[in-house]
Design a protein around this ligand. Sequence first.
Ligand SMILES: Cc1cc2nc3c(=O)[nH]c(=O)nc-3n(C[C@H](O)[C@H](O)[C@H](O)COP(=O)(O)O)c2cc1C
Length: 186
Amino acid sequence: MDALTLLQQRNSAPKLAEPAPDQQAIDQMLRAATRAPDHANLRPWRFLLIEGDARLRLGELFARALSARNPEATEADCEKARSKALRAPLVIAVAVRYSEHPKVPLIEQQLSAGCAAHALLLAAESLGYAGIWRTGANAFDAGVMRGLGLASNESLVGFLYVGTRDGRAKPLPEHDPKDFATQWPG
Ligand SMILES: Cc1cc2nc3c(=O)[nH]c(=O)nc-3n(C[C@H](O)[C@H](O)[C@H](O)COP(=O)(O)O)c2cc1C
């Protein structure tokens, strides 16, 4: 698939199955991610690859975080939280790693980490895999970030669920690009 087609047709996959990208594919995805635009070459990103049984521990983290956020959460709620980590054979937690820089505020570093996350998804799709970027309460939860080992200058931009598309791709939405772009007359 050529680059333009990939950019125009990338399509998130809410249902994912085995196989996950193999090590070679993961290496290619990471090479794509680390080509994200990056003001002052700060490399403001970190990727945590969570596979196999590590996903069970991620699920426990999600369940503990839910209980801490909501003491009324039932065992069924916690089980649902645990199952989120098993939605794909590979989960990539994408973090922004903030460095103080006189010209590069936090927002620029977050945007850069977001571009890296997008590149991971695009690369996965170009290699025949699929994925979806999710946040939800877990991505903003300090307990989840601590449990993942994030430092105080790091936070999550999201979880990428990656694997092989399960079922048919959903139809691409029909957007008219003209609805989002106008000539600025000056
Ligand atoms: C920062 C960010 C966070 C997102 N969080 C969620 C989420 O928690 N749950 C969800 O279903 N979709 C979430 N999405 C949207 C999906 O990743 C996806 O873009 C959406 O389902 C539309 O599908 P498409 O990418 O194929 O157009 C998020 C997207 C972004 C960019």
